[in-house]
Design a protein around this ligand. Structure first.
Ligand SMILES: [Fe+2]
Length: 563
């Protein structure tokens, strides 16, 4: 983790959010603190949150809604090891500033490692709900459990997945991005929103561009009781993906940013400011918002490295349509030259070197990458890429045909070529940045560390084995389905039966892929012990009905990650 001095932290906090964040130690709180009195009533409408646990500290967050609009609201923060606050370990006053959207964030230090803490905020008249957070353990650790979530689209459906996550016994929740979506009412995945009572707020129905737009969207999402309960129950460790800014973002632009929406840089900084205000996250680099890579050591068992594959260093995504020659043929040579270029970067050189350093130095049994996009090589037979454009016209049948072919022992040269002529289909993922992926694989191998890569982004569940260019196995990838965002079944316009067929065929046709689910919403539970990594994919039966069931749809245990 980048080391930030206390002075830098305070300077940074002031710079970022109008001095709304406080770094305070649990020690030195023995003097009595009187309960805060504010002019005018306040409400806690958006719950509480904890995040970015270290062995001695936690970020604690709340947001107040004052009836009037004072410059700041004073709050009392109380922290206890018991849920009934029978003994209060720490009391302090803190401020929620108007400049920071009345979000109040405290980096509380001086805590004990591997402990549960309860916290709440109040003023003289009103009290928040109680939240629970957990610090990182030290030394010998026998078990670590994460829930992994991504892609929570409020208008698309109910956040039942967050409700399920709230009920689990966990060390932390990892949110891998797309915590909010930028689209307008009537846009992507909003078709059921009015019937569900989940339309975008009346004063925030256009695509988010300004700081106010982003803040209002967070406020809507965080009004959801299931999401509030997940935050109140567990410490979150979060990274953004593209939709916290806008679709298919890279460092200097995005697919969903048009010239009439103003300067992209301004929009990006608006989005990141709101993100830092609303999320229980600790800033890493003094004076700038555009980096959030950081590591968390869970004793000697798990080193978790959270990455930014979106903002800090990502070059623009490749696009097949840019590689058509004058005669209409695909310019294969130029395409592969660009794709495999050593200049193509997803992390940026600084973050890439930092990660390599972390992998070489970290001592944990498992090296876990918490990040946004799929790292596995997801190459499909080239003829399927054309079929993907019109899936309703026989994609499943073509896949079936190729999968059967693959299972045959004797093939003609022509059939062999059909199967072996493969191409990547998602340049927004690591497949569009293979040189840098290989560098990470080589570093892990050099350090004799097996990788456990966690991913979100696709809205579907995946499990893959990862191999370097020489074909040596370097680890596994476990990817979570979305909380509510529609998956491949929505894009391909296929019914459940067809999409279940496809899910069975994909691992036959994609070399590294071992499992996928292409149509259910859910989350991933990963449990690390000294013996194994246990991955369990859970799904909810519906996001469009209030009543639902949650079930385990797949599990996989890995006792040796390099076998
Ligand atoms: Fe998403």
């Amino acid at each position: 983790m980048s080391k930030v001095s206390r002075r830098d932290f305070l300077k940074n906090s002031a710079y970022l959010t109008g001095a709304a964040w406080l770094s305070t130690s649990i020690f030195g709180c023995s003097s009595p603190v009187t309960i805060a009195k504010n002019k005018g009533a306040i409400e806690f409408l958006h719950g509480v949150a904890s995040g970015d646990p270290l062995t001695d500290s936690l970020i604690l967050w709340t947001k107040v809604t004052p009836v009037h609009q004072p410059d700041s609201v004073q709050l009392l923060l109380e922290v206890s090891e018991s849920i009934d606050f029978s003994i209060v370990q720490h009391r302090q006053l803190c401020l929620a500033h108007r400049e920071a959207d009345y979000c109040c964030k405290v980096d509380l230090t001086g805590l004990e490692p591997g402990r549960s803490y309860f916290y709440r905020f109040s003023d003289s008249a009103t009290q928040s709900v109680t939240g629970h957070g957990k610090t990182l353990p030290v030394g010998s650790v026998s078990k670590v459990r994460f829930a992994v979530v991504s892609c929570s689209n409020y208008p698309a459906g109910y956040f039942h997945v967050y409700q399920q996550v709230a009920q689990q016994q966990l060390d932390a929740v990892l949110h891998l991005g797309d915590y909010i979506y930028e689209y307008e009412q009537g846009g992507y995945a909003t078709e059921h929103s009015v019937d569900l009572g989940r339309a975008l707020a009346a004063d925030n129905q256009t695509e988010m561009v300004s700081l106010t737009d982003y803040r209002k969207r967070y406020a809507l999402y965080r009004s959801d009781k299931d999401l509030q309960q997940a935050h109140a129950s567990h410490s979150f460790i979060c990274v953004w993906d593209d939709h916290e800014i806008t679709n298919d973002a890279w460092t200097d632009g995005a697919e969903n940013h048009q010239p009439n929406e103003g300067d992209y840089k301004v929009r990006k900084l608006n989005a990141l400011q709101a993100y830092y205000e609303w999320m229980p996250i600790r800033p890493q680099v003094s004076g700038q918002l555009q980096s959030l890579s950081r590591s968390f050591a869970f004793g000697d068992l798990v080193d978790l490295h959270m990455l930014d594959t979106r903002i800090e260093g990502r070059m623009k995504q490749l696009d097949y349509s840019q590689y058509t020659k004058a005669d209409g043929q695909f310019d294969q040579q130029r395409f592969y030259k660009d794709l495999s270029s050593s200049h193509r970067t997803l992390l940026g050189s600084k973050q890439q070197q930092w990660l390599q350093q972390q992998l070489l130095q970290s001592k944990g049994r498992y090296q876990v990458l918490g990040q946004q996009v799929l790292m596995a090589k997801m190459w499909l037979p080239a003829e399927l890429l054309k079929a993907l454009a019109k899936p309703e016209q026989g994609l499943a049948d073509k896949m079936m045909e190729l999968a059967r072919l693959k299972q045959q022992t004797e093939l003609t040269a022509a059939d062999q070529a059909r199967l072996s002529t493969k191409m990547p289909f998602n340049f927004d993922a690591w497949d569009g940045y293979p040189y840098e992926r290989e560098l990470i694989y080589q570093t892990a191998q050099k350090a004799r560390k097996a990788l456990v890569v966690l991913a979100g982004d696709t809205h579907n569940a995946w499990a893959s084995s990862l191999h370097n260019q020489q074909g040596d196995k370097v680890g596994i990838e476990l990817a979570t389905a979305s909380v509510t965002s529609p998956g491949i079944e929505y894009y391909l316009k296929l019914d459940t039966k067809k999409v279940e067929q496809l899910a069975k065929l994909m691992p036959v046709l994609i070399d590294e892929l071992e499992y996928c689910d292409l149509h259910q919403r859910g989350y991933l539970l990963v449990e690390f012990t000294t013996e194994q990594v246990l991955a369990q994919w859970f799904a909810v039966s519906s996001i469009l009905k209030k009543n639902y069931q949650a079930s385990l749809i797949h599990s996989a245990a890995y006792s040796n990650l390099l076998d």
